[in-house]
Design a protein around this ligand. Structure first.
Ligand code: NAP
Length: 259
C-alpha cells in the first residue's frame, strides 16, 4: 500500500532509539523528511545518519531534553510547518504513589502532558490551514490497563489523550487527525531496564524474568520497534483522514478487555 506521504515533513520526539526511532525509520521509508530529537548527541547523530543512508530522506537532528521549552522551540524552528508530529518522551521512573512528591508529579506532567500539548498547539492550526495533518501520540497500554507504580505517567498520558480528544473535532474537517498509539511490551532498552529492575527486586535471574514477562504476553514474545513504527506510519498516512481520537493498542493480546 502506498501511504501517500512521500515528501511530507515530520517531527519525531525522543527518537534516537526504541519506539521513536522505529517510527522515524518507518516514516523515512515512506519518503518523509524528518526532524528527530533526543538528549544524547552522539546516539542521535548516529541514528540520523543511519536513517539518511538507509532511505535518502533529509534528517535534521536537534539535541536536547524535549521537556524543556527551549528545546521544543528549537525543534519547531527546524521544522516550522510539519505535516506529521509524533509526540514522544522518555517515561518516568516507577514510584509508589505514597512517596511520589509534588516535584515528581510536575516532572511527569511536563514530560507526558504539557510539552506534548504545547507542541500540538503550536502546529495544529497550520496543519489545518494547509489541509493535511497527522498527529500520533506515543502513550502507553497503561492508559487502558494501569500498571502498578506507574500512576504518574498513566495519569499524565490520560490527560494528553483527553486534551487531544477535545481539540481533534475542531480540525478533522480540514484533514487533520490526532490518534494515540499505545505500546504494550516492546523490546527496547526501557523494557529491558524494567526487567533488570524487577529481577533484582524479586531476587531472580534477569533471563528468567525476561522469559516470564514474555510468557505472560499472549503473543509469546515482545513487540519490535520496527512493527510499532509501521503502524505509526500508517496512522500518519493519507488513508486515516476519517479516523481521529482513537487509541490504538499494540500489545500482543495482553489487554484482556473487549474494547
Ligand atoms: P527507550 O528505548 O528507552 O528510548 C527512549 C528514547 O527517548 C531515546 O532515544 C532517548 O534518548 C529519548 N529520550 C528519553 N527522554 C528524553 C527526553 N527527555 N528528551 C528527549 N529525548 C528523550 O524507550 P522506549 O521503549 O522507546 O519508550 C518510548 C515511550 O514509550 C516512553 O514514554 C515509554 O514509557 C513508552 N512505553 C514503552 C513501552 C515499551 O515496552 N518499550 C511500553 C509502554 C510505554 P536519550 O536518552 O539520549 O534522550
Amino acid at each position: 500500500m502506498d501511504l501517500g506521504i512521500a515528501g511530507k515533513r515530520a517531527i519525531v520526539g525522543a527518537a534516537s532509539k526504541g519506539l521513536g526511532k522505529g517510527c522515524a525509520m518507518a516514516l523515512a521509508e515512506e519518503g518523509v523528511h524528518l526532524v528527530i530529537n533526543a538528549r544524547t548527541a552522539s546516539e542521535l547523530e548516529a541514528t540520523a545518519e543511519e536513517i539518511r543512508s538507509a532511505t535518502g530522506v533529509e534528517v535534521t537532528a536537534v539535541t536536547g531534553d524535549i521537556t524543556l521549552p527551549g528545546i521544543r522551540q528549537a525543534i519547531l524552528a527546524a521544522c516550522p510547518e510539519p505535516d506529521i508530529l509524533v509526540t514522544n518522551a522518555g517515561g518516568p521512573a516507577p514510584g509508589n504513589f505514597r512517596t511520589d512528591t509534588r516535584e515528581r508529579w510536575l516532572a511527569a506532567l511536563e514530560a507526558q502532558l504539557l510539552g506534548h500539548a504545547e507542541m500540538i498547539t503550536a502546529v495544529v492550526d497550520g496543519m489545518a490551514e494547509r489541509g493535511f495533518g497527522r498527529i500520533v501520540n506515543i502513550t502507553s497500554q497503561s492508559t487502558k490497563m494501569p500498571v502498578p507504580n506507574l500512576g504518574l505517567s498513566t495519569s499524565a498520558r490520560l490527560a494528553l489523550q483527553g486534551f487531544c480528544n477535545t481539540i481533534c473535532r475542531e480540525v478533522v474537517d480540514r484533514n487533520v487527525v490526532i490518534n494515540n498509539l499505545l505500546p504494550g511490551p516492546f523490546d527496547t532498552d526501557r523494557l529491558q531496564n524494567g526487567i533488570v529492575h524487577a529481577a533484582k527486586q524479586a531476587g531472580i535471574d534477569v533471563a528468567a524474568a525476561r522469559e516470564e514477562r514474555m510468557a505472560a504476553t499472549p503473543a509469546g514474545r515482545f513487540g519490535t520497534a520496527e512493527e510499532f513504527g509501521k503502524v505509526c506510519a500508517f496512522l500518519c498516512s493519507e488513508h486515516v483522514g476519517f479516523m481521529t481520537a482513537n487509541s490504538v493498542l499494540m500489545d500482543g493480546g495482553l489487554y484482556p478487555g473487549t474494547f
